[in-house]
Design a protein around this ligand. Sequence first.
Ligand code: 5MM
Length: 338
Amino acid sequence: MNLAELNKVAEAMVAPGKGILAADESSGTIKKRFDAINVESTEENRRDYRELMFRATEAMSNHISGVILYDETLRQNAKDGTPLARVIEQAGAIPGIKVDAGAKPLPFSPGETVTEGLDGLRERLAEYYKLGARFAKWRAVIDIAPGIPSWNCINANAQALARYAALCQEAQIVPIVEPEVLMDGDHTIERCAEVTEWTLKEVFQQLFYARVALEGIVLKPNMIISGKKCPQQASVAQVAEETIKVLKRSVPSAVPGIAYLSGGQSDVDATAHLDAMNKLGGFPWKMTFSYGRALQAAPQKAWAGKQENVAAAQQAFAHRARMNGLASKGEWNKGLEG
Ligand code: 5MM
């Protein structure tokens, strides 16, 4: 393992003004997204949709540091025959790959899941490196509901994340470590803080046991927010303060950067929260975005599967990328939304 090289990639992924596009929807998830805009989820439509984003050159070059791809996309060519990973590189961004096989029910833990995908991962990583991936992603899912999460669930997921991260570094690939505490449910922001702190502490303990070098990872956590159905919704300022507080308690300063998931927040909320944190400052890491829905909801709606809408979809994507790029520097304000 060349840690200096891994660190260089990790730093590039969280470079000021830039963040990550999470375009790694698995087949089931992209179908759901396409269903919502009445587009059939064919291989060609998935390619066309993703290619339109990767060819939004201004956005990709200035505001997107890396793109998380699904296996199919890393192997796909653009319409003109150029591999999509090459299109991303030509725009100045880094191709990455989702390597987990999804969250599966955890035995004897009703309502909880453990993310699978470790079998054969060493071999898959070697192939992904050859295909151009320089970072990877693994998402663990922790749900909050009465009586859960259990230690069993947090521990199983933290161990899997740590083994994945070690395998990535062995293969000279930067692991994005994503323990997502879901915002579904009616829990308070305090409960989200409590569970996220517990989860992050277990994850960093397991990363230590697995001998993962923290200088060569990027953390992708949830923000500390109220459950979607909680009657008491926290303000932007409260989200920023609570998130920084929990992360300061749990994340070592050797980690180069934190790239948040959006988790179902509206796109403007996700931008406002990131901006508020960066305006507050006072933490040792770069803080940016690794958004899926909060970057793609607008372009998906604008595109609606029609060739004549490609320019409008690219504009919608470029706008969100620019807004989040500004938020990563604490330079966004609502007036810029237009
Ligand atoms: C883009 O969605 C990713 C893949 O989800 P599935 O494996 O369920 O298809 C997802 O992991 C995503 O990268 C993160 O959750 C961040 O996306 P959001 O939409 O929460 O910002």
